[in-house]
Design a protein around this ligand. Structure first.
Ligand SMILES: [Ca+2]
Ligand SMILES: [Ca+2]
Ligand SMILES: [Ca+2]
Ligand SMILES: [Ca+2]
Length: 317
């Protein structure tokens, strides 16, 4: 059984990620705003030991008022849907990053659409309560998995929001041993160059020999570097406006069964929305855990350390 971190992974983004907002645009926005497919999926893991109520809370679920990114006037609607049961996670289509496939596997447990809505502006909305057993039982992760999809179904504005998996409908109370992950992350970078954001792809022990990572619409904003306990620094190709960039690199001894640390160091572009995903050599998407498996990887100078360089860099459509 995989060891789930003891840290609390239920705030999404987490403090370890230091990502200010998840971003989903309405489906009439031009991709150059930073969202090519108007959809974001997260999976929440509830440990087997927890038997109480589960709430999936959304901060600022509306698109309007505070926090959100207006394009002309606010006319965007986003639908949040919570899925559980068989196939919510394990269906192969649910583990892809292209929403043209069927992301909506499993049983829909709740759904709600928000447009401009002062009641939920700068406020928390709670989905639930759910019984943990309504999630998909997945013993390998020691528990039950819920999937939450946010889709921009109308309009052209940017919806900024955050999640929290809670034991309470009215407060953020974490479930000990819980976690969350995504296969692709669409988010806003900080504007302050001193605020670095992170993702932590988990390197599977058996399956991962090399990595391909792709990012979109980075607007050449600063640098992306990969570190681990045994990797001092590897620079990733940073994409420009409305294009993808791709970098391949080899996993080195000491990185398997642990998390990589992708660090995003901005140079100060305002409202820079970006997309990133990480695949293994078989094209399977690595899980980007909010609470990194094995803890935040910190480079340890010494035995086994090396500085690797990208094998191949190119831009792809
Ligand atoms: Ca708002
Ligand atoms: Ca608009
Ligand atoms: Ca919002
Ligand atoms: Ca951008």
């Amino acid at each position: 059984m995989m060891v789930i971190s003891k840290a609390y992974g239920q705030p999404v983004p987490s403090p370890d990620e230091n990502i200010p907002w998840i971003i989903t645009f309405g489906n009439k926005a031009h991709p150059s705003w930073g969202d090519p497919d108007y959809s974001q999926t997260f999976f929440f893991v509830v440990p087997e030991s927890y038997k109480g109520a589960v709430y999936i809370r959304v901060f600022d679920p509306d698109t309007g008022g505070m926090h959100d990114e207006v394009n002309g006037s606010f006319d965007t609607r986003c639908t949040y849907s919570v899925y559980g049961g068989k196939d919510a996670y394990t269906h192969p289509e649910a583990q892809k990053v292209n929403p043209k496939g069927n992301l909506k596997t499993g049983n829909m447990l709740a759904t709600r659409t928000f447009g401009v809505d002062p009641r939920w502006d700068n406020n928390w909305y709670s989905f639930g309560p759910f019984d943990p057993a309504q999630g998909e039982h997945y013993p390998q992760y020691g528990g039950y998995i819920f999937k939450v999809v946010c889709e921009g179904i109308d309009g052209d504005d940017g919806n900024a929001y955050r999640y929290f998996m809670s034991t309470s409908a009215t407060e953020n109370i974490p479930i000990e041993g819980g976690n969350a992950f995504a296969f692709e992350y669409k988010f806003r970078l900080h504007e302050n160059p001193n605020e670095h954001s992170h993702i932590y792809p988990y390197v599977d022990i058996d399956d991962t020999r090399s990595i391909r990572t792709q990012n979109f619409d980075w607007d050449n904003d600063g640098t992306i570097r990969v570190t681990s306990e045994v990797r001092r620094e590897l620079r990733i190709v940073v994409s420009g406006d409305n294009v993808w960039a791709q970098t391949d690199f080899t996993i080195i001894e000491g990185e398997k069964g642990k998390s990589l640390n992708f660090q995003f160091i901005p140079k100060g572009v305002r409202n820079n929305n970006v997309v990133i995903s990480v695949q293994n050599q078989k094209g399977e998407n690595l899980k980007l855990y909010s609470s990194p498996i094995g803890g935040v990887p910190r480079y340890r100078w010494g035995i086994g350390s090396q500085k690797a360089t990208p094998q191949q860099n190119n831009n792809s459509p």
